[in-house]
Write a protein that binds this ligand. Structure first.
Ligand SMILES: Cc1cc2nc3c(=O)[nH]c(=O)nc-3n(C[C@H](O)[C@H](O)[C@H](O)COP(=O)(O)OP(=O)(O)OC[C@H]3O[C@@H](n4cnc5c(N)ncnc54)[C@H](O)[C@@H]3O)c2cc1C
Length: 261
């Protein structure tokens, strides 16, 4: 089974810096890491390859520093890693991101399955998986927990509101993977092995034969008009009285704040 796993480098939540002019995220190596949701997709790919053979290609769109997440993917078992990188991709929204990823996948050529994370911990839209499926005209199933089957047909298990759903989908297809799995981290030996055994391919928009008007800001259907940081006010209230009075007073305060009715 030929599998492509889409992986994004995200900015660590506590180190988010915003460019005050463009409202885009300022990315740097020390403030970025692999999107944790993508580890579940990669892990599913490794399990599928164990069972059905084939190969795994890790794919990311981002600046040069995004190579780091590809090294991580190679350490965790990917066979091939491709970085889609071009200054004209900067500030892409999800539509432009899906277009560029789609062009990368067209250039890769043959594949059976594309796996994405459910969402990211920075942009957090959960749109790229379904949009990429649309871009490539593929069937898409979200929140997938278990995959079985071969020869052009997959049997999928996923949880919806209170139901376990069993679905079948024909290949090629795109799945977004449920985070309800356990993942493992790469060992030092695996990291060392990836650096000696593998390399990263880097493709720009010319390599992809992509239309620059569909990438970056010009290809984005949405943009950030403004950003207002949220401030959180915290205060500590000591409730006086004996335990009965304290309980009454607490109950009153919770009702006043619509936390209890
Ligand atoms: C209105 C709007 C405006 C934006 N403007 C800017 C901007 O000006 N500058 C800017 O830097 N960003 C901007 N972004 C963020 C940008 O859209 C995201 O970085 C990117 O499109 C991915 O979206 P996401 O993080 O929500 O991914 P999700 O849709 O939450 O990701 C789902 C899955 O898709 C895959 N995936 C997502 N992104 C990638 C990727 N790059 N490579 C490989 N796989 C991927 C992963 O498997 C991931 O788990 C904007 C977003 C929005 C909604």
């Amino acid at each position: 089974m030929e599998i492509i796993v889409c992986i994004k480098q995200v900015v660590a939540g506590d180190r988010v810096k915003i460019d005050p002019r463009t409202y885009s995220l300022v990315r740097s190596a020390e403030s970025s890491h692999i999107n944790p949701f993508d580890l579940f997709a990669l892990d599913m790919a490794v399990q599928l390859r164990k069972k059905y053979a084939g190969s795994i290609t890790a794919l990311t769109m981002g600046p040069k520093i995004s190579e780091e997440v590809l090294w991580e993917a190679l350490s965790l078992g990917a066979d091939r890693a491709i970085l889609l990188s071009d200054p004209r991709c900067a500030a892409s929204d999800t539509l432009a991101t899906s277009y560029v990823l789609g062009m990368g996948i067209r250039k890769i050529g043959r594949f059976d399955l594309i796996l994405c994370g459910m969402r990211t911990t920075d942009g957090d839209t959960g749109q790229v998986g379904p949009q990429l499926a649309e871009e490539l005209n593929l069937p898409h199933i979200g929140n997938v927990e278990k995959v079985e089957g071969e020869r052009g047909l997959l049997r999928i298990e996923r949880l919806t509101d209170g139901f376990r759903e069993i679905l079948e989908v024909s290949l090629p297809a795109l799945l977004t993977v449920s985070p309800r799995r356990t993942v493992r981290l790469a060992s030092l030996i695996e990291i060392q092995d990836a650096f000696t055994r593998c390399s990263i391919e880097s493709w720009n928009l010319e390599d992809l034969k992509a239309d620059p008007a569909k990438a970056g800001i010009s290809g984005s259907g949405t943009w950030v008009e403004g950003l207002t940081p949220l401030t959180q006010e915290k205060s500590c209230v000591l409730i006086e009285g004996d335990p009965r009075q304290q309980a009454k007073s607490l109950l009153k305060k919770l009702i006043e704040r619509n936390l209890l009715s």
